[in-house]
Design a protein around this ligand. Sequence first.
Ligand SMILES: CCCCCCCC/C=C\CCC/C=C/C(=O)SCCNC(=O)CCNC(=O)[C@H](O)C(C)(C)COP(=O)(O)OP(=O)(O)OC[C@H]1O[C@@H](n2cnc3c(N)ncnc32)[C@H](O)[C@@H]1OP(=O)(O)O
Ligand SMILES: Cc1cc2nc3c(=O)[nH]c(=O)nc-3n(C[C@H](O)[C@H](O)[C@H](O)COP(=O)(O)OP(=O)(O)OC[C@H]3O[C@@H](n4cnc5c(N)ncnc54)[C@H](O)[C@@H]3O)c2cc1C
Length: 615
Amino acid sequence: MLSKREVFDGVPEEYLSHKERYENAIRNSVVAFSLVRKMQEEGKTSINNYRDVVGGLLGSSVLRDGSPLGLHYIMFMPAILNQANEEQQEKWLPRAWNCSIIGSYAQTELGHGTFIRGLETTATYDAATKQFVLHSPTLTAYKWWPGGLGQTANYCIVVAQLYTKGQCHGIHSFIIQVRDEETHMPLPGIKIGEIGAKLGLNAVNNGFLGFDNYRIPRTNMLMKHAQVLEDGTYVKSRHSKLNYGAMVFVRVVIVFDMVNYLSKAVTIATRFSAVRRQCQLKAGETECQILDYVTQQHKLFVSIAAAHAFRITANKLWLTFNEVNEQLVEGNLQRLPELHALACCLKAVTTADTAACVERCRLACGGHGYMMSSSLPLTYGLVTAACTYEGENTVLLLQTARFLVKTYQQLDSKALTPTVAYLKTAAAERFCVGWSNTTEGIIRGFQVVAMRVIIMSTFNEEVQEMSRTVSPQLKEVLHQLVDLYCTYWALEKLSDLLLYTPISQKEVESLRLRYEETLTNLRPNAVGLVDAFDLRDEMLQSTLGSYDGRVYERLMEEAMKSPLNAEPMLQSTLGSYDGRVYERLMEEAMKSPLNAEPVNYTFHKYLKPFMQGKL
Ligand SMILES: CCCCCCCC/C=C\CCC/C=C/C(=O)SCCNC(=O)CCNC(=O)[C@H](O)C(C)(C)COP(=O)(O)OP(=O)(O)OC[C@H]1O[C@@H](n2cnc3c(N)ncnc32)[C@H](O)[C@@H]1OP(=O)(O)O
Ligand SMILES: Cc1cc2nc3c(=O)[nH]c(=O)nc-3n(C[C@H](O)[C@H](O)[C@H](O)COP(=O)(O)OP(=O)(O)OC[C@H]3O[C@@H](n4cnc5c(N)ncnc54)[C@H](O)[C@@H]3O)c2cc1C
């Protein structure tokens, strides 16, 4: 077994180079996941219940900034379980389970993350050879983000638009080998590398992946739900969204993840607040523990309560997930929309609340909370990523809203599923005739709020169709900005206005409408308004915010500056702006201290022995 001291003499990660951090991540991961394999051999964990074991490892101090092997367990294996037929599971699961292959999940592209029906990677069936041809037609079609794909995984699940007999049948999943199992070299027709440094999760080795007419056997299409027969005939799935199943699983798991991170952050901040003494409550007294200040309690105690609330919620959601999946196996799809809406809502709410609470915990620790050694900045980097991955929060909340509006519209014609049954009673006028300051009273109040907001949303949908007029004169635009700022903060501070002003419910409702109209009015001038700040690209230093809008080319150019991408060389142009792609790649490669090695040496030192069960 490897010892920690063997690699970097216990040097904290913050002081390691980019390549050393990657080696550290690989080494810690193969040591950690060798434990999982040992537990498998001893029957202490199985393919159906490894979530807690792996979840505990991925949230532990050993893999504190993520792991290049995380996606293998988090999405590669669940995707095979969820979307491969029995024959395919028999072929791939044993190898994935004992880590003799390492996988990732490649869905997001440079040009698309949310709108997955707009993904550009194509998988075209060739009946003559019984193969699918994978291709990235544009730079924006390159897969971008898959965890572990940069230098680690040799297989991945790829989500692509399926074409057969000249017709597109939408996105489907394929299991694809991207690297040679012996040499770890990228296979011909594969362009692959890491995307570069991020705000956090810098041990995850997120990668990019492009296909150049890359052929795979027909049987590499995951065919549990939809199939393509040998002659190219397409057999569609019972439900078009069954292919989205892996995402639902991870959204459910993320809720558990948030419990772990929030518990950690509030433990750190609360203990520190008991140790830290600052200022005197009364002159001449000894300085008091900052935990004695009500303002400090206001910052921290709600996080303690939230951690418990999220744990109870996560367990309930896990039960619902398993119930609905058992029904799916029996062909009963009735509760799938509710599970989707629930997973979207709880993933979005728990990640957003956890990110806000972790930041509040950091602030509650003053300057010491800003130290990397406090672990609070790192924890914030981990949780804030969860607001984006596995479905950007706004988009997921819109999915929940869509489900709630549909439920409201069918209130009288359809039996309600368990989680929204309250809407039936909350609609009744008599439901909330008075306010009681009890837990039940507050819950009933929020149920009424939910009901009324759904009614408003349904109403707004109709109103929005009526009028959209804009006349962009500068004076008018500035007025719109003033209007926006006032209505935004009036709505943000509504509780104070309701408490201290005679604002009526009707006025609040029209304030909301006015706010949305102002957003719409400002939209055509939004870019012009930020251009007016006249901030030069040199000052912005941002791949996303440059004046010329060449976001994707700049993202790829920056990715290519990573020293990890020098091995092995990319075989094909990445669409660089000036076309000097090969000269540039050679210049960059010559900067890498390890450019003599065609494969990152960690493969032979750690990964290969691990994958061959020799560690
Ligand atoms: C095991 C160990 C665990 C350890 C803990 C670790 C925790 C995790 C740590 C790290 C993980 C990081 C890895 C990150 C991976 C990724 O990010 S993978 C990529 C994720 N990408 C997304 O989530 C994309 C988000 N976009 C979408 O999901 C879809 O585009 C959409 C927004 C849902 C819209 O889809 P679509 O356009 O097809 O649908 P609409 O036209 O809007 O119609 C909506 C109708 O479809 C139904 N629907 C949509 N999605 C689903 C679903 N998933 N399941 C079921 N039904 C679905 C929806 O109900 C609507 O139905 P209706 O028409 O009846 O109203
Ligand atoms: C740390 C990390 C790890 C990741 N790992 C993986 C991985 O392993 N595999 C993988 O496939 N992907 C991965 N992703 C990608 C992730 O799934 C996407 O970033 C995510 O789905 C959001 O898509 P996007 O980045 O294209 O953002 P966009 O969808 O472009 O969002 C940008 C903005 O547009 C808004 N927006 C977009 N659509 C709408 C709409 N319909 N209505 C209103 N507003 C909208 C969003 O709210 C947001 O404010 C990872 C991302 C991160 C940050």
